[in-house]
Design a protein around this ligand. Structure first.
Ligand SMILES: Cc1cc2nc3c(=O)[nH]c(=O)nc-3n(C[C@H](O)[C@H](O)[C@H](O)COP(=O)(O)O)c2cc1C
Length: 283
C-alpha cells in the first residue's frame, strides 16, 4: 500500500473538515480509495471490516445533524461495517484510519463521525448483515472555501488543534514516571505521530508505558463517556487509530516490530479507568 506523501506529512496535514464544497470527487480518486481497502492485510485481531463509499446527495448541499459538530455539504461518506468479535473496534479504527490517510494523500478532506445519527439509511445502502454493525463513518469531499461558524465553534470547543501534554500520555516503566523524549529513542517520532491522532470528542484516551524495547498500550476511558450516546465503543476505535499512526510511522522509519497481547502488569495499580490493550514489541 503506497502513499505518495510521507506518512508523517499526511498525519500532520490531516484535520477534520465539517464544511464541504461543491466539487465532485474525481472517479480516479474513488478508485484509489477502493483499491486501498482491497489491499488490506488482516489487522492484529484478525477482523475483516468492509468499507464502501456511499453518495447521499450533491456535494455542497445537505447537512448531517444528530452528531456533535454538524457536518455541512458532504455529498459522500465512507461507511464501514464489521462483525462483532474480540478487537473488532480496534481493528476497525486501525484500518479505517489508513483510508482516512489515503484520502488525505488524495487531497480529499474527511471527518470521522461516531454514529449517533440514524444508521438505518446507511445500513440499507450497504446491505448491512444482521451480524454486522456500523461503528463509524467518515464524511468525504473537498473542503468549502471557508470554515463555517459552526465548524469554527466546534473546533474551538473541542480544542481540536491541541493535544494533551506528552508527559500525561507516555510513561517510562511506571505510571508515576513520565517518559522524557530522549528516553523514547528512535520511537520519539512514532509517539509524536500517535499523539496527533484524531479521537472522538478529542479525548485522546491513549496511555503508553515503555518498558525497555516494549511499548504497552492502555486505554484510559474518559469518565462518563462510554456508551453515553448509544454509539459504538468509540474509545476502542480511537485506540486502533493510535496503533495505526504509531505502526505506520515506525515502519516508515524502518523500525521493525510487531503487536502482541502480553498482559503486562506494572508494579503499581493501574490508574482509574485504564485497561490494557496491546503491546508493540520493537526489534
Ligand atoms: C471515532 C471518532 C468519532 C468522531 N465523531 C465525530 C462526530 O460525530 N462529529 C464530529 O464533528 N467529529 C467527530 N470526530 C472528530 C473529532 O472531534 C476530531 O478528530 C478531534 O476533535 C480532533 O480534531 P482533528 O481531527 O481536526 O485533529 C470523531 C473522531 C473519531 C476518531
Amino acid at each position: 500500500m503506497d502513499y505518495s506523501s510521507s506518512i508523517q506529512d499526511l498525519i500532520i496535514s490531516r484535520r477534520s473538515c465539517r464544511n464541504y464544497g461543491q466539487s465532485q470527487i474525481a472517479f480516479e480518486k474513488r478508485k484509489a480509495l477502493c483499491r486501498i481497502w482491497g489491499e488490506f492485510e488482516k489487522p492484529f485481531w484478525g477482523n475483516t471490516p468492509r468499507f464502501q463509499i456511499v453518495d447521499i446527495g450533491p456535494p455542497g448541499k445537505g447537512r448531517m445533524t444528530g452528531t456533535y459538530g454538524m457536518i455541512r455539504g458532504a455529498g459522500a461518506f465512507i461507511v464501514g461495517a464489521v462483525k462483532r468479535g474480540p478487537g473488532d473496534m480496534e481493528d476497525f479504527g486501525y484500518l479505517f484510519e489508513k483510508i482516512v490517510l489515503c484520502a488525505t494523500d488524495l487531497d480529499l478532506a474527511t471527518c470521522w463521525i461516531g454514529l449517533t445519527v440514524a444508521r438505518g439509511p446507511l445500513a440499507d445502502k450497504i446491505d448491512l448483515l444482521p451480524d454486522e454493525t456500523i461503528p463509524a463513518v467518515a464524511a468525504l469531499g473537498y473542503p468549502a472555501k471557508r470554515r463555517s461558524v459552526v465548524e469554527t465553534l466546534t473546533r474551538s470547543s473541542l480544542g481540536a488543534s491541541k493535544r494533551k501534554p506528552w508527559k500525561t500520555m507516555f510513561f517510562d516503566g511506571a505510571w508515576h514516571s513520565p517518559l522524557v523524549k530522549s528516553a523514547a529513542g528512535r520511537y520519539e517520532t512514532p509517539l509524536r505521530m500517535l499523539r496527533r491522532a484524531p479521537s472522538a470528542t478529542n479525548k485522546q484516551p491513549w496511555r503508553i508505558i515503555k518498558q525497555g524495547s516494549v511499548f504497552h498500550f492502555y486505554l484510559q476511558r474518559s469518565p462518563g463517556y462510554q456508551m453515553m450516546t448509544g454509539a459504538a465503543d468509540l474509545q476502542r476505535i480511537d485506540m486502533g487509530i493510535a496503533m495505526c499512526h504509531f505502526e505506520m510511522t515506525a515502519r516508515e522509519l524502518g523500525l521493525d516490530g510487531h503487536w502482541a497481547e502480553i498482559d503486562f502488569a506494572p508494579a503499581e495499580p493501574l490508574p482509574k479507568r485504564a485497561e490494557y490493550v496491546v503491546s508493540w514489541m520493537a526489534r
